[in-house]
Design a protein around this ligand. Sequence first.
Ligand code: SAM
Length: 282
Amino acid sequence: QSDGLLGPAAIRELAQQLELRPTKSLGQNFLHDANTIRRIVRTADLRDDDVVLEVGPGLGSLTLGLLPAAAHVVAVEIDPRLAALLPTTVAERRPDLADRLTVVESDALRVTELPGPAPTALVANLPYNVAVPVLLHLLDLVPTLRSALILVQAEVADRLAAAPGSAAYGVPSVKAAWYGEVRRAGAVGRRVFWPEPNVDSGLVALVRRPPPPGDRVATFAVIDAAFGMRRKGLRAALARWAGSPAAAETRLRAAGIEPATRGEQLSVTDFARLAATEPEQP
Ligand code: SAM
């Protein structure tokens, strides 16, 4: 590729160099299709002063696409072999952009601070089994993030972007909505990855908005409680959270919510209002 992007032959070669056997539990499925990379970067709609946070750069497929479109890329990779190889790959393929890259060898779920300039956009092909917790952790940790574009399992993409009342609406949808407006941003088939996963993927875009008034931790606790017993009405589902079914009813009514409603019908703003109601006096 004249633009330095990694195609199937380059991916094979890099993997051979590392004697890499992709680890399933780390979601190691590498993009080897330059058109998909270009589409992801285009969809991310970056400004040339954006600092991109990339989680799981792997062999560098997406990193090489992001570097020309941004001011800097901070890449967090858990696998030490991949983290160590990335600067070399970039120096060989895009020596002109090598100083735009900061590599952090770390678990994205556990990072508490990041080196380099403050990231403004998250763009990542996320390891599928930790995609939602990684997204929520980073939105919370990095308040300078204005947007996120992530590639995840299609089913997870549907859940993240689901609206209240729809079948896919659940904890990931409500918690993501705390941070911003979320939408599906395209489908990606399984054939553009090596090794090929057994699920299709989807892009999800989030644009940060101010959160609803209220406390995030208290709101997330009531969201977890409400969806813990999905089939029940909120009066029953929230009995333990509130102390008793009667206390749950009082707090629901105080928030203007009918006690027989189910969690699936409430927006994040409803949950924030409910969390802010006065708890039962012991
Ligand atoms: N970005 C590359 C691409 O598009 O080809 C690789 C994407 S692959 C789906 C996921 C990557 O995330 C792998 O490189 C894996 O080692 C890394 N990874 C898995 N769990 C991680 C975690 N908790 N923190 C940081 N990186 C992680």
